[in-house]
Design a protein around this ligand. Structure first.
Ligand SMILES: Nc1ncnc2c1ncn2[C@@H]1O[C@H](COP(=O)(O)OP(=O)(O)OP(=O)(O)O)[C@@H](O)[C@H]1O
Length: 251
């Protein structure tokens, strides 16, 4: 496996509550890895350790190592702003900024110092095309992003991420607020995006994990119970607890 992210003996505490225990995982490059497990098992917490989003919470302690292309993201040399540019995140509820479609996508590049109008136009078009949204919005780039449908807003958030040229996309239940058609579009988009990006997705929906991912990690109360090729996890899990979860015995 060609690993993009390697996680070694990762432990995470919220004050004195341990939310992740001794997690070891290799996240393969240019594939989709799904994180599944019942509510509260630590999926979102784990996802947030991959771009140090947990730093934003008070009282969080992280032990262990997370290597991105071999570089320890918790090491002293790591520049967190640059890390979050490389490892971007999409959230459960689409959260476009209250500004135009164009300005949403141009936001990141502008912050990173790009001012040239033609260059920005190019980035905006490329990012919207990559997020499979261009055809729906090209004639109204100056209109407010909040006027888009939920599914369009989520793809806009993905375009906003792509505009800063990330390498890894973290998606925290990206379709849970969307209807089935909008969900399908985002799932199709994920399949296209994995050619260029490494994707880690948290999902409550096991069918979705089975549909979109190449590898699946099953978490339970802070432990990584089982991790492997999605086909194996869903057809021949090694652990009884995995089987009980995927066959709907709990969760
Ligand atoms: N900021 C926080 N402060 C304290 N405890 C937290 C915090 N965030 C999460 N937790 C706790 O850590 C554990 C893991 O939470 P997390 O949100 O990662 O689980 P999850 O599997 O993503 O759940 P869900 O599917 O419901 O979102 C839970 O017991 C939760 O209550």
């Amino acid at each position: 496996m060609n690993s993009k992210v390697s996680v070694h003996k990762l432990n995470l505490f919220y004050k004195d509550f341990q939310a992740l225990r001794d997690i070891n995982m290799e996240v393969p490059a240019h594939l989709v890895t799904a994180l599944i497990g019942p509510s509260g098992c630590g999926k979102s917490t784990f996802l947030r350790t991959l771009n140090r989003m947990n730093d934003l919470y008070k009282g969080v302690r992280v032990q262990g190592r997370v290597l991105l292309d071999g570089m320890d993201i918790y090491g002293e040399k790591c520049d967190v702003v640059n890390l979050r540019k490389k490892v971007g995140m999409v959230f459960q509820k689409p959260n476009p900024f209250p500004m135009s479609i164009y300005d949403n996508v141009a936001f990141g590049p502008r912050i990173h110092g790009i001012k040239n109008r033609k260059k920005l136009d190019e980035i905006v078009e490329m990012s919207l095309r990559a997020a499979a949204l261009w055809d729906e919005v090209s004639d109204r780039l100056r209109q407010g992003a909040l006027g888009l449908s939920g599914g369009q807003q989520q793809r806009l958030c993905i375009a906003r991420l792509l505009a800063v040229e990330p390498e890894v996309l973290l998606m925290d239940e990206p379709t849970s607020a969307l209807d089935p058609m909008a969900t399908l579009k985002v799932e199709e988009l994920i399949q296209v995006l994995k050619q260029d990006y490494t994707i880690v997705i948290v999902t409550h929906n096991m069918q979705q994990a089975a549909r979109v991912s190449d590898y699946t990690a099953f978490f339970l109360t802070g432990d990584l119970v089982e991790y492997g090729a999605t086909g194996d996890i869903f057809t021949t899990p090694k652990e009884q607890r995995t089987e009980d979860y995927i066959t709907g015995r709990f969760g």
